[in-house]
Design a protein around this ligand. Structure first.
Ligand code: RP5
Length: 164
């Protein structure tokens, strides 16, 4: 089995329907990833163990999703030397989602978390792919192809609209 270079972690299995979008992107780009649950509040020792060791296992980027009082991405960023992409999730314990966004976004200077939109796990997957593409020409080419495809899709829509 190939070692994962991206780690997708989330606070609860209830986050999976959202976080699955990041996994789908990485799968489509053929980027080896792992996916698991780490709860900042309910498994704090597991959080520390993961954060201290992920880079030693060859992980290059962490995607961390959580809802409500969403401390998982920030706490991983506090310990790990790896770049952390944070996904705020509108969960059962969220007021309206802003609580998750601000918990992940408003990090103190010195401890960055690259925060995507609420439930924005798809963009987290793309951003993680772009980060690992810095040192990988094949992945970089896939990103270029992906962007060209986005353009082609819109051009197709423009054609359809203008020919009506
Ligand atoms: C957060 O609490 C999790 O990331 C999840 O978004 C939320 C609710 O968790 P469960 O009660 O569904 O386990 O820590």
């Amino acid at each position: 089995m190939v070692n994962p270079i991206v780690s997708i972690i989330m606070g609860s299995d209830s986050d999976l329907p959202v976080m699955q979008d990041a996994a789908t992107i990485l799968k489509n780009f053929n980027i080896p990833y792992e996916l698991t649950i780490i709860s900042a509040h309910r498994t704090p020792k597991r959080l520390v163990e993961f954060s201290e060791n992920a880079h030693k296992r060859g992980v290059q980027v962490v995607i961390a999703g959580a809802g409500g009082a969403a401390h998982l991405p920030g706490m991983v960023a506090a310990i790990s030397p790896l770049p952390v992409v944070g996904v705020p999730i509108k969960s059962s314990n969220s007021i309206d989602g802003w609580d998750s966004v601000l918990s992940i976004l408003q990090m103190p200077g010195g401890v960055p978390v690259a925060t995507v939109a609420l439930n924005g796990a798809k963009n987290a997957g793309i951003l993680a792919a772009q980060i690992v593409s810095v040192g990988n020409k094949e992945i970089r080419q896939q990103i270029i192809d992906y962007k060209n495809d986005l353009t082609a899709q819109v051009e197709e829509k423009i054609k359809r609209l203008e020919n009506k």
